[in-house]
Design a binder for this molecule. Structure first.
Ligand code: MD3
Ligand code: FE
Length: 199
C-alpha cells in the first residue's frame, strides 16, 4: 500500500534486492550501448548528475537547451527499455500508455538536482514513474508553482514513486545523497530511473 505525499504515491521497498541487482545488470547493457554523459546546464556549467536514456526518446541538453531526442549525443538511437523495468511500470501504472523514455540518472557523492517541473511531455494525464537504486537520497516535493511549503522524504533503494493527477506537475528535486548508505552498487552512489510518456 503506497504512502501518499502531496498526492504522489510512494511504494516503499516495492522492488526486492534480487530484482534490484538484475535491473543494475540490465543498466550495464544500456550504458554499454548509450554511454553516460554530463549534460550542460543552460548556463554552460555541467550538471552534477550524469545521465543516459533508453526507449524511443532520451533526454539531452546542448546549446539549444534541454529537449527529448530520438538519438544519443553520439548519433545512435537509444537502447530499448529493459523488460524488467517495463514490468514495474505495468505494475504501478496499468492503465497508462507505455513509457517512451526511461531516463537513467547517476548521482555521485555531491550530486543533486534543483527544484524543477517535468513539463516537456505533451500529455500530463500520463504518469511519471521513478525507481530509486543504490544510496538513499533526500527528495523534496513542493507545489505547482515555485515557492511555498515543501515536504521531504528519503528515497531508498527499491522505492518506486508514481506521479499522476495533481502530483504530475509539482516542483521537485533531490537535495542530497547519503553517499555509501547502500551496498547495491560496487562504487556507491545512486541511480534513479524516470519513465515517461513523451508524445
Ligand atoms: C515529481 N529525477 O529526472 S525522481 C527527473 O531522483 C527527476 O533523479 C529525480 O526529477 C531523481 O526529472 C526525482 C522522482 C520524480 C520523478 C518525476 C516527477 C518526481 C516527480 C514528476 C513530477 C513530479
Ligand atoms: Fe523531475
Amino acid at each position: 500500500t503506497p504512502l501518499d505525499l502531496k498526492s504522489m504515491q510512494v511504494f516503499k521497498g516495492l522492488i526486492h534486492t534480487s530484482l534490484q541487482s538484475e535491473i543494475v545488470s540490465d543498466l550495464r547493457d544500456v550504458v554499454r550501448e548509450a554511454p553516460v554523459f554530463s549534460p550542460m546546464t543552460p548556463y554552460g556549467k555541467p550538471m552534477s548528475v550524469r545521465m543516459t536514456s533508453a526507449g524511443r526518446f532520451g533526454w539531452v541538453s546542448d546549446r539549444h537547451g534541454y529537449r527529448y531526442s530520438e538519438t544519443h549525443p553520439d548519433g545512435a538511437p537509444w537502447p530499448l527499455i529493459p523488460e524488467r523495468i517495463l514490468n514495474i511500470w505495468d505494475t504501478v501504472a496499468p492503465l497508462a500508455r507505455k513509457p517512451e523514455c526511461c531516463l537513467v540518472n547517476f548521482y555521485g557523492e555531491d550530486a543533486k538536482m534543483g527544484m524543477h517541473q517535468d513539463r516537456d511531455e505533451s500529455d500530463f494525464e500520463q504518469p511519471v514513474v521513478s525507481i530509486s537504486l543504490g544510496d538513499e537520497a533526500l527528495f523534496r516535493v513542493g507545489n505547482a508553482t515555485r515557492g511555498g511549503k515543501t515536504e521531504s522524504i528519503w528515497l531508498q533503494s527499491g522505492d518506486v514513486v508514481v506521479m499522476s493527477g495533481a502530483a504530475r506537475l509539482l516542483y521537485h528535486g533531490i537535495d542530497r545523497v547519503k553517499y555509501g548508505s547502500s551496498q547495491l552498487l560496487p562504487k556507491s552512489g545512486r541511480i534513479n530511473l524516470t519513465m515517461r510518456v513523451v508524445t
